[in-house]
Design a protein around this ligand. Structure first.
Ligand code: SF4
Length: 448
């Protein structure tokens, strides 16, 4: 059960030394209680208090890791109902379904799609993480063979799906060191799966028929020493699954119900046969707390929007995506190439650099750090005026790379051109287009 600020305060040294960055121990305690500070910031907490505080400050929804290395997927660890309260921590994982009853060519086709369907956007690689291998054949050996194939060909984390513990045991033999998710513990096979999970130290998914049974099963699992759990409430209609997602999150965060304090898994393809509806349902659960979403297949036209939605939902709403300040070369510019400047809001950078690339005019793009604000917002906030642009241009090193002294500023800050000419003697300030889409036409007219 989480502690209140006052309860935390009682466990702190109460010396008000300020080393944690807070003026008093009480202020630090309040921040800890609100989940806005890390325990490690106070170096003077006794070991005994640390154990109590670590337990109490653990996120209400337990973080779970599936897989190992670069492809490991971390889910859970969430602390808020709504992202604007703080932010959502660990993005939903997407899995493609592979049945061990599929023929070889279909399995190959799905593994190929898994590897191919990844996208670059605002400097990030968006891609799915998981392959869910389902034991539809009923045979343990067949299941093991398909898991081996996925291991060999797929750069992914794995979900082993079977109601038969013998099949799961065979699948585990093939990939236990990859720490797959074992799906699923039910009331019928709980004892056997506890053994498998403990022997392999792998996380388990628990499947119930309703929230009460779910809470009972997770309680039994945790009492048996299995703590890395993913929930499947058994809901297979959109309405019921949606309700369960809300109840699980609010029961954990508001009512502090530990037995439901785990991430969830969702199967939209078991709610509809229509691939587009499946994608729409998946999008609902990206926004509403899905830890893992298993899709019947991957299609670029639906996977890409889901990946972009996930990226947007899981960014910090209080911190815009920002690009590093500096000089960016687009193409292979030389000493006569144009020099443009804009702000470091990632979307601005990628739109402007994309339009420069489209123009096929090699250019230098200066990115001025504006705390991730777009051109107009940064200008209005005093972060993209002549007084800050000029020192940056002088100090960034661009003068050593070009012979001319012409700087193209965004059309939206045309009002800064006079000030810039005063602050940058010898430079000619050119007012570029207001809209990035007009940059290619503008650059085609460029003369040093
Ligand atoms: Fe108190 Fe620890 Fe912060 Fe010092 S560092 S003020 S002892 S909480």
């Amino acid at each position: 059960m989480p502690l209140t600020g006052i309860e935390i305060f009682k466990l702190l040294p109460k010396t008000n030394c300020k080393e944690c960055g807070e003026p008093t121990c009480l202020a630090f305690a309040m921040k800890l209680a609100a989940g806005k500070a890390e325990l490690a910031l106070c170096p003077y907490i006794s070991e005994e208090s640390k154990v109590k505080l670590e337990e109490a400050s653990a996120p209400p929804i337990r973080p779970i890791t599936i897989g190992v290395g670069d492809r490991a997927l971390k889910i859970g660890g969430e602390t808020v109902m709504f992202r604007h309260e703080k932010r959502f921590e660990n993005p939903t994982g997407f899995a493609i379904l592979i049945s061990d009853a599929m023929d070889e060519s279909e399995i190959d086709d799905r593994l190929e799609k898994f590897s191919r369907l990844q996208y670059e956007r605002v400097g990030l690689t968006l891609r799915p993480e998981l392959v869910a291998v389902r034991n539809d054949s009923g045979g343990a050996d067949k299941f093991g063979a398909v898991v081996a194939k996925v291991m060999q060909k797929g750069d992914c984390s794995i979900i082993l799906m079977s109601s038969n513990p013998d099949s799961l045991a065979v699948g585990l033999k093939v990939c236990a060191d990859q720490k797959p998710l074992l799906y699923a513990v039910t009331k019928e096979n709980l004892a056997r799966l506890v053994d498998l999970a403990k022997e392999s130290s792998c996380p388990v998914a628990v499947k119930a028929s309703g929230l009460e049974e779910l809470a009972q099963l997770t309680t039994e699992l945790t009492e048996a020493g299995v703590k890395d759990i993913v929930l499947d409430s058994g809901a297979r209609t959109l309405r019921q699954a949606f309700e369960h997602q809300i109840v699980i999150r609010s029961a954990t965060l508001i009512k502090k119900l530990r037995p439901l304090g785990f991430p969830t898994t969702i199967f939209p393809f078991e709610m509809t046969d229509d691939p587009m509806k499946e994608a729409v349902f998946a999008s609902i659960f990206v926004a509403k707390y899905g830890g893992i979403i298993v899709l019947s297949d991957f299609r670029g036209e639906s996977l890409f929007p889901l990946l972009v939605e996930r990226m947007n939902i899981y960014t910090d709403p209080q911190r815009p995506l920002a690009t590093t300040e500096g000089i960016y070369k687009i193409g292979t510019p030389d000493e006569n190439s144009p020099v443009l400047i804009t702000t470091n809001f990632s979307l601005t950078y990628f739109i402007v650099s994309g339009e420069i690339e489209t123009s096929k005019v090699p250019s230098y793009l200066l990115i001025k750090g504006t705390e991730g604000l777009s051109v107009m917002t940064a200008w209005a906030a005093g972060k993209f005026g002549a007084d800050v642009i000029a020192p940056f241009v002088k100090n960034c090193g661009i003068e050593d790379q070009i012979k001319h002294r012409k700087l193209v500023i965004p059309g939206y800050v045309a009002a800064e051109s006079g000030g810039l000419e005063e602050e940058l003697p010898g430079w000619e300030i050119l007012v570029g287009p207001r809209e990035a889409a007009h940059i290619p036409a503008y650059l085609k007219e460029w003369k040093p």
